[in-house]
Design a protein around this ligand. Structure first.
Ligand code: DX5
Ligand code: ZN
Length: 219
């Protein structure tokens, strides 16, 4: 299976958002990764519905929304209406995760679960067949530009084993501190989708950087 690249719009230049979205459209990237933060679940606020609505008007690829918010059930329908193709909620923010996953699918979206660096992947085993995407956080969520946590390789291998043992079709996404230095090792551990914010948008040649990352991931 082809390995996918999802540039994180959090690292884009918000004063030139359309330009940066077009860059992703024209690049070898596969998905738009959109980080929504509420200042409660994480110590930062990113952007909300009007911005996502504007992004969706220009984005020509899959929209992968990563919700870092408490009580995400309140907004599932809204995000479906805003054009999310994949809606990822945090394990740590959901008391009734199984119900939340069904609610996301009922709105026609693919259902994702993100886990913080301290959350053991084994906690997902009983719902693995209900999850389309697991987003392993390789930094503490809330900010772009942080350094990659090395324990992520082990978590990725463990999660891959759970997916295979259960004959699940779940994809593994890695989010935080992804660069050309760890991409290959992440894919070897079992990653299917690599999110990259700073590495892509802080590059002088972002389109080439996406291409480079995609080549490394698929080499
Ligand atoms: C962090 C976000 C990430 C972030 C990744 O809370 O979920 O998606 O934008 O940015 P980099 O690639 O700069 O670590
Ligand atoms: Zn994210």
């Amino acid at each position: 299976m082809e390995k996918l690249i999802a540039p994180s719009i959090l690292a884009a230049d918000f004063a030139n958002l359309q330009r940066d979205i077009e860059m992703v459209n024209e690049s070898d990237a596969d998905w738009f990764h959109i980080d929504i933060m509420d200042g409660v679940f994480v110590p930062n606020i990113s952007f909300g519905m009007p911005v996502l609505e504007a992004i969706n008007r220009h984005a020509g690829k899959v929209i992968d929304v990563h919700l870092m918010i408490v009580d995400p059930d309140r907004y599932i329908k809204t995000f479906a209406e805003l054009g999310a193709d994949i809606l990822t909620v945090h394990y740590e923010a959901c008391t009734h995760l199984h119900r939340t996953l069904q609610a996301i699918k009922a709105e026609g979206m693919r259902a994702g679960v993100a886990i913080n660096p301290h959350t053991n992947v084994a906690l997902l085993e009983d719902v693995i067949n209900d999850i389309d995407l697991v987003c392993i956080m390789s930094v503490n969520p809330g900010f772009g530009g942080q350094s990659f946590i090395e324990n992520t390789y082990k978590k990725t291998r463990q999660l891959k084993e759970i997916i295979l043992d259960n004959n699940a079709a779940t994809q593994i996404e890695i989010d935080g501190g992804v660069t050309d230095k760890n991409a290959k090792q992440l894919v070897e551990a079992g990653a299917d989708v690599l999110v990259a914010g700073s590495f892509v948008f802080k590059s002088a040649t972002p389109k080439e950087t996406v291409k480079e990352l995609k080549e490394i991931a698929n080499s």
